[in-house]
Every structure is written in C-alpha cells, then in structure tokens.
Design a protein around this ligand. Sequence first.
Ligand SMILES: *Cc1c(COP(=O)(O)O)cnc(C)c1O
Length: 367
Amino acid sequence: MHPAERILLGPGPSPVPHRVLRALSAPTLGHLDPQYLTIMDEVCEMLRKVFQTKNALTFPVSGTGMAGMECVAVNLIEPGDEVIVCVNGVFGTRMKDVMERCGATVHALETTWGDVFTLEQISAAFAAHPKSKLIGIVHAETSTGAHQPLEGLAAIVQAHGALLAVDAVTSLGGHELRVDDWGIDAIYSGTQKCLSCPPGLSPVSFGPRALARMDARKTKVQSWYLDVSMLRKYYTGGGGGRVYHHTAPINMTYALHEALTIVLEEGLEARIARHAAMHQRLRAGLEKLGLGYIPKRSLHSLNCIHIPAGADDATVRRRLLEEYGIEIGSGLGPMAGKAWRIGLMGHGSTVRNVDLVLAALRTILGR
Ligand SMILES: *Cc1c(COP(=O)(O)O)cnc(C)c1O
C-alpha cells in the first residue's frame, strides 16, 4: 500500500499536517486509562474554544460528520414531533431524511440551491408551522458553497420555544462561528474539513436548552450507540463517574488533539482571516480566468464554480489529479456536470495551493 501525496482541494478530506499523522501513531492507551481521560478532557476543552461555547456537553462523537448529524437528530427529536428543516443543497436534504427517520414530521423550507435563507423566510416558516419544536439549518452547505448567516436566527427560534440545530461540518475552524453568542442549541461538525484531521470523529456541542429537551424525553433515544444520556457519563464523567459505553477511537482522539492544538497555536481569529484571504485570492484568480461562482454568498472554505462552456468535467479533474496531484470536487446532485468545488480548508488553505490550482487550471483550460 503506497498512497500518493495528493493535494486535497476538494470538499473534504483536507490535507493533514504531518504533526497530526505522527500523533495517530502514538502508543494506544486504554479508553479508561487516566492518561487517556486527560487527553480526552483536553480535546473537549479545546473543542469548546473552537466552537466558542461554554457548553459542558461538548465532545467528539465516534464517527464522521454524518454520525454527528444523526446524534443531534436522534437525541432531540421524538416520534411525532414537528420540525422545520432548511433545504438548499445535499446536506439540508440529508438532514430532512435523517429527521424523518427519527419519526419527525418535517416541514421543509426550500430555496434554490446556491441561495441562503433570510430571517423573514424563517419567521414565515414558524408562522406557518407554529408547533415546530426544532429547526435544522446548514451553516456551510458544502454541495453548493453557500454561506448561511446565522446571527439573529436564535431570537426567532426561541420566540417559538424551538431549538436551533446547526450543521457546521465545513465551517468549524475556518469560518466565524459563535455557538453561545448566536444562541445555537445543538451543533455538529467533522474532523476532516477545516480542522485538517483525518475523517473519523464528529465534534458536537449541546447547550442547556437542548439538555433540558433530552431530559424531558418520554421515549428512549432510538439509537443505542448515539444516546447522549449514556455518552455523557463517559465524556463528562457526570452521573457517577466515567463508565464504559463504547471503546473510544483512541488514536483518532490523539490526532484531533494535535489538530486542535495547531488551530489554537495559529489562533482562531487568525485562522479564520487566513481562510478569508485565501478565498479572495482564489476568487480574483478564477475571475481572471473567466470562471464564475455559483452561490451569491460564497463560503471561504469551499468555492463552487460554474464549469465553463467547452470544458469536459471529468477530463479536467482527471488531468488535475494525474498531472498535478490535485484533487478538486465535482458537482453533487442537480449540480453534477455543472459545477466544480474547490476546497480551501484548514492546512490546505495556503498561497501555494491557491496559486498552484490556478496555474494548473490555466494550463488545462488553455487560457
Ligand atoms: C462533509 C459534510 C457532512 C458529512 O460528513 P461526513 O464526514 O462525510 O460524514 C455533513 N454536512 C456537511 C455540510 C458536510 O460538508
């Protein structure tokens, strides 16, 4: 097995620093070893800093970003609950599917892929469905590159006694994201996007209103593996100390520890500013090549552009991979064959990578 050193500029995974890969190879401890518990506590503390929250219940779910989505859904929804899900891309569509599988009646608030939702649209959705107990929304819709503003949303949601659940898989560690200031009740992310860690863990955080909702459940959480009432005893030591639930992915926890250390060494603000600057640099270069963006409000971590007339989608991506070792993403769902997605996430968001992908595209497209 000899995997190549690719330059990962797709929708994830992002490039992983050697420091993080080395952390993966440290000796495996037992999951109840005091040394390991210290490492886990430090991971949770660093996650609170990166999420900008004081939520005690902040921890990495064992599994990728989708496990975080399922974890938030199964713990906060009971069969028969009405919920609103904002659908403007693949991940909103998945959230709707996941919540329906929890037995929810989902009211989908839809807009054109590539667009984002306004506070007025969300207010109107609550007015139409006042019994909704939760709203799910994607902060960074990786399928379209659209950046959803979240400020001001919590006031509307709380006025209806509902919870605000956010998908921050492609924004955590790369975009401004203030869980407490923005009144987010439940949030999940992934390790392999702007945190630049391999895929395998899903950081989540639950606020006090979400905890109260879980504590008031009349039915058992459908998923044994993702039941937070049991998981919290291991991750926070609450309710009688640390007890075995499942074997935490020890070495992945080391990797996340190192990845979060790198985030905090750089400084969250500096890291977010770097993602903004690299996005601007790429955008300026793409515009010179005549390549335009699909979303009006683009993410910094994911650039979704129109495939220009005359260019063959698969050929261009194959040449980028074979000749330059660069991976970019294709369009998903209705955007298949129409869009390219260039990720500038975490360790991959650098001047070198931006200039390299621009030079490679210029050559391949013959511009
Ligand atoms: C990548 C992604 C997910 C899913 O994460 P996996 O790690 O692939 O399970 C969910 N939501 C968004 C917005 C994503 O970009």
